[in-house]
Structures are given as C-alpha cells and as structure tokens.
Design a protein around this ligand. Structure first.
Ligand code: CO
Length: 214
C-alpha cells in the first residue's frame, strides 16, 4: 500500500475508534476550543506536542518552526502568540526544544544551507552570546545539546520582551512561560526555565504601562 493511502485509511480508523469510545467526541470538538497551553516547538517530526504530553486534540494550541524560535519580526509567530494570549487566554506558554536538534547543529557549522541560513542566523547569535561556555565543552554532541538549552532560554526571554506578553502580565498576571527540552533518546521533557509576571524584564525591553493599554 502506498504511504499516503495509509494516512487516509488510518484517519478513518482513528475517527471510528474515537466515535466508538465516545459518540459525542466530534460534536463536542467541533463546538469550540479552549486550550490552556500554547506550545512553541521545533518542526522536527519526532517531537509532536500532543503525543509527547499524552494530551487530546483541543488541549494544546501549537506553533512549530525550525529550532523553536521566537523572532520578533516573525508575523506568523506573533499572530499565533497574540491570538493565544489575548483571545484564548492561555495560562501557560511552553517553548520546547529537543536535544540533537538539526537546526541548532546546522547553525553551529559554517555550511551554507540556502534560504534557511537567514533563520539559523538567530541561533548563531545565541551561540555568540555563550561562545566561551559552549567552546569549553569537549564533546561535540554535548556542545549542541547545551546550545539547545541556551536557545530555549533565549526564546523564553524573547517572549518576555514582546508587548503581547508584557500586556497580559500587567492585566491578568499570566501566562507563565516555560522552557523545556525533549530527549529524543528517552522521551523525557526537562524543565529548563520558568518566568512569570513577577519577572523583572530588562528595562530596555520593558514597555511603560501606558504603552501596554489597548
Ligand atoms: Co529541531
């Protein structure tokens, strides 16, 4: 059987199974969504948000890109973020990286990969901030894994720099920001960093309370 046909057949089987277990499943799902979590993860096919957290459709709002970056000119990310924070009013935002990330690995080389070079540049900047620490690690895989962790921390701080998060922190003391790293080898999520509304954003990135009003 062709691979693509398998996907459609599996879909029919999945839908039938869901209905079997709960006849109201899809009529309930089709009404609305009110996820408590917003997940910003890597596009890597091995780190699907719902599967690694054993959650159901409807529980996690998801945005994924190469190496789970929060880039302040990325209209796509910012639109999803704004919707998640202002409309869905999620309680938690998770930036989830993963050890052995291909995007991070690529950014640590001098190889040119085409258009994606421009995206990977953001990771090279994180490397530059932490060059001494990373270059001090002997093992090349461990160097990548440390940059994976530092990259997640940087993206959490990038979230805290947005007016979207600062406004929500001022108005409703949420959401809480969580930086996690997933282990491809053991399937375990490690907590790396947590920031909430009490976090003191560096003054140069902090908007005054007047600016944060609608
Ligand atoms: Co990755």
């Amino acid at each position: 059987m062709k691979t693509l046909e398998r996907l459609l057949l599996e879909n029919k089987a999945w839908a039938a199974e869901k209905l079997d277990a709960d006849p109201e499943y899809f009529s309930r799902q089709s009404k609305d969504q009110s996820p408590e979590f917003f997940w910003i993860g890597c596009s890597d096919s091995r780190v699907p948000a719902n599967e690694v957290t054993n959650t159901e459709p409807g529980e996690i709002f998801v945005h994924r890109n190469v190496a789970n970056l929060v880039v302040n000119t990325d209209l796509n990310l910012l639109s999803v973020l704004q919707y998640a924070v202002d409309v869905l009013k999620v309680k938690h935002i998770i930036v989830c990286g993963h050890y052995g990330c291909g995007g991070v690995k690529a950014a640590m080389t001098q190889q040119s990969f085409g258009l994606i070079n421009k995206w990977l540049r953001n990771i090279k900047d994180v490397y530059r901030f932490h060059r001494v620490e990373i270059d001090g690690i002997n093992d090349s895989e461990k160097r990548v894994d440390r940059l994976v962790e530092l990259n997640v921390m940087e993206q959490i701080h990038n979230l805290a720099k947005t007016s979207i998060v600062q406004k929500a922190w001022a108005n409703r003391q949420g959401p809480v920001l969580h930086g996690w790293v997933y282990g491809l080898e053991d399937g375990i999520l490690q907590e790396i960093i947590t920031l909430d509304h009490t976090y003191n954003v560096d003054p140069i990135y902090r908007f005054t309370s007047d600016e944060l009003k609608d």
